[in-house]
Every structure is written in structure tokens, then in C-alpha cells.
Design a protein around this ligand. Structure first.
Ligand SMILES: Nc1ncnc2c1ncn2[C@@H]1O[C@H](COP(=O)(O)OP(=O)(O)OP(=O)(O)O)[C@@H](O)[C@H]1O
Ligand SMILES: [Mg+2]
Length: 353
């Protein structure tokens, strides 16, 4: 008796779901119900009629709808069907729970593997950095002849090269560590009120000599009224330097690079845009360019250096600030990279009267 009662409640619940949400699943179950009824030699029309009555009653959303009203509408053959239906439903639920359990297990295993990978990369990066710093430090000491002359100019040059290669390797390790950190959700932002005008100036100052050597013109156009931003200063600088370095790397001599910043009052947000007149990318290649460790140009003919981490890092860092990152590009014409911070990150001055 208890089981039947349980089935009534269940049935009522499902029918209600169907009526209210038009669940397709219920339709399939209703078909099961018909087949079960046939097997038990209950006249199908009788079942169908009862079924319709229940559905109609529920469809009208009777205010007095309760499981009890279903009981009231049910008659002995209907109870049979309810049993069959209930059993079919239970089987289906059991199967579903088993699949869900398997999926959860697979997800846990994948998460554990990913965590192990992140931990490994994080500790390896740390272990690599310590001796590397020593290599750079000693190479600097030699090339600056701190404890006496090196003697041969050639050796001094070699020491300088060791330090430079070491710094390059250090940067690479930091990028790998950053990508791993963001990917595993371990990157925390150190948000502060920052001045975009000043940060952009600093970045431009850092790269302008390189741009000059590469035969590129560099333009800055920062709206003086752009509000201060609640963001991680070091990370914003890292984003801009990555994008500027891409613009320089992928623009042949004679090209133009520009960086602008303004507050977009129509669409709300603080926008920083870096454009170049370089080699560009095909629209369909952009999603790949944004993935870590991807360079669009691969193989022996590869002309540009880099592990392919820059854009992936920029995208993750912008998203950590609840912003959006968009790349638009035309092959042979140039690329535009846009960082958009939400206006909730703008710091407004409040005046006290
Ligand atoms: N401004 C650009 N113009 C043309 N292609 C670009 C531009 N920026 C990025 N790309 C393409 O997207 C790829 C990925 O860029 P990303 O910055 O992630 O890596 P990278 O510059 O190759 O290496 P890294 O930044 O790690 O030193 C580049 O290799 C290049 O093919
Ligand atoms: Mg890059």
C-alpha cells in the first residue's frame, strides 16, 4: 500500500512537471506506460482515457491539485499501469544515477590529474628559477668585472650573452608558471587604484627604443579623462607589454603601432586598444592564437620566436578582472587587440560639500 502511495505521489509530480514544463521525457514514459498496459492486457483505450483525464485535470491547474486528486481519478487498471510506470521510471533513475556517479568519478580523476600537473609545474618552475638567478647573477658579475678584469673582450661578451639568455629563460619560466596558476584558479589579483595614463606611459617608455630599432612608429592616444581603475597594476602592465610585444613582433619595418585608452560611455567600460599594421591573422585562426602554447606559424619556416603563451595569459588576466578581451585582424593589414574592463572597476571621485 505504501509503495502504491509513493507511486501516486511520484506520478503526480511527474505529470505536473510535464504539464508545466512539457518535458519530453515524460512522453517517452507515457509510451512505456502504454506498452506495459498492453502486456498486462488492460484495454488501451481505457488507459488512454484515464491518462487524458489526469492530464486535463492537471492542465487546468486545479487549485486543489494534490497527489490525492490523482488517487481519486485512478481506478484499478490504472493502478496496474502506475506500477509498471513506476518500475520503468525507477529503472531509468537507477541507470541515470549510475551514469552520474561514473561521470563524477571521471571528473574527480581529471581534476586530480590537472592539480598534480599544476603542482608539478609550479614546484619545477620554482626549482628552476633559483639556480637560474645564480647563473644570471654570476654572469653579470663577470661581465661587469666586479672582482677584476676578464682579460679578453670576447669572454666579457660571452658572459653578457649568458646573462641575457638566462633572463630570457627566466621570463619563459615565469610565463609558464603564470599560465599554470591562472589555469588552476590559483592566481590572486592584487587590486589597487591604478592610473592608466601613467601605466601606459611606463610601458611605452620600456619598448620605444625596441620599436625604433625595428623601424616602427609608436603612437599613444590616452584620453586624459579616463578614470582610475581598480586593478592589479603588475598584471595590467604584463597584459599591455605582451600585446605591445606581439604588435612589434608581427609588424614589418615601416609599420605603425598605436595604443589608446578611453572610457566607452555608450557601451559602458574602460577600453584599452592596441593596433598594428602587421601581418594579421585569419579570423578562423584567432581562437587558436588565444590558446596556450600555440603559434600560428609552425614548422621549419617559423620566423617568430616565443612559446605562444602571451595571448592566453592576456585573455585569462583580463577575465580575472571580469573584463573581456577581443582580437580582430585582417591578414596583411593588421591586428587590433581590445581589453575592456567593466565600468564597475572604474574609480569615481566623490566630492564632499
Ligand atoms: N599582433 C599580431 N599580429 C599577427 N599575429 C599575431 C599577433 N599577435 C599574436 N599573433 C599570432 O598569435 C600567436 C600566439 O600569440 P602569443 O602572444 O600567444 O604567442 P607568441 O607571441 O608566439 O609567444 P609569447 O607571447 O609567449 O612570447 C602568435 O604566434 C602569432 O601567430
Ligand atoms: Mg606574444
Amino acid at each position: 500500500m505504501k509503495a502504491t502511495r509513493y507511486l501516486h505521489d511520484y506520478y503526480a509530480h511527474l505529470v505536473r512537471n510535464y504539464v508545466l514544463r512539457q518535458e519530453e521525457r515524460f512522453l517517452a514514459m507515457a509510451a512505456d506506460l502504454g506498452r506495459a498496459a498492453l502486456r498486462r492486457e488492460v484495454p488501451l483505450e481505457e488507459i488512454a482515457a484515464m491518462h487524458d483525464t489526469v492530464l486535463l485535470a492537471l492542465a487546468e491547474e486545479r487549485p486543489d491539485f494534490t497527489a490525492a486528486s490523482v488517487v481519486h481519478l485512478a481506478s484499478p487498471p490504472f493502478m496496474e499501469v502506475l506500477m509498471a510506470y513506476g518500475l520503468a521510471f525507477r529503472d531509468q533513475m537507477e541507470q541515470r544515477h549510475a551514469i552520474e556517479a561514473q561521470l563524477l568519478q571521471a571528473r574527480d580523476a581529471a581534476e586530480a590529474a590537472s592539480r598534480a600537473k599544476s603542482d608539478f609545474l609550479a614546484s619545477m618552475s620554482h626549482e628552476l628559477r633559483t639556480p637560474l638567478n645564480a647563473v644570471i647573477g654570476f654572469a653579470d658579475i663577470i661581465s661587469s668585472e666586479l672582482f677584476g678584469p676578464v682579460g679578453t673582450e670576447r669572454y666579457r661578451e660571452d658572459a653578457r650573452n649568458i646573462a641575457e639568455a638566462g633572463r630570457h629563460l627566466l621570463e619563459l619560466i615565469s610565463d609558464i608558471l603564470d599560465v599554470t596558476k591562472v589555469g588552476s584558479g590559483h592566481m590572486a589579483l592584487d587590486a589597487d587604484e591604478i592610473d592608466l595614463v601613467e601605466i601606459i606611459e611606463t610601458c611605452v617608455r620600456m619598448i620605444h627604443i625596441r620599436a625604433e630599432h625595428a623601424g616602427l612608429s609608436l603612437m599613444t592616444n590616452v584620453d586624459a579623462g579616463v578614470p582610475r581603475l581598480l586593478a592589479d597594476r603588475m598584471r595590467v602592465k604584463q597584459m599591455l607589454l605582451n600585446l605591445l610585444s606581439n604588435a612589434m613582433k608581427f609588424t614589418p619595418p615601416g609599420g605603425r603601432i598605436s595604443i589608446s585608452a578611453y572610457e566607452d560611455e555608450t557601451n559602458e567600460g574602460i577600453v584599452i586598444r592596441i593596433t598594428d599594421t602587421g601581418i594579421g591573422m585569419k579570423a578562423e585562426d584567432i581562437p587558436r592564437a588565444l590558446a596556450p602554447f600555440v603559434q600560428l606559424e609552425t614548422g621549419i619556416a617559423r620566423r617568430y620566436e616565443g612559446p605562444g603563451l602571451g595571448l592566453a595569459l592576456v585573455k585569462s588576466l583580463v577575465e580575472l578582472h571580469e573584463g573581456t578581451f577581443t582580437l580582430t585582424s585582417t591578414p596583411g593589414k593588421g591586428t587590433q587587440a581590445e581589453i575592456r574592463f567593466p565600468s564597475s572597476r572604474a574609480v569615481r571621485l566623490s566630492y564632499c560639500i
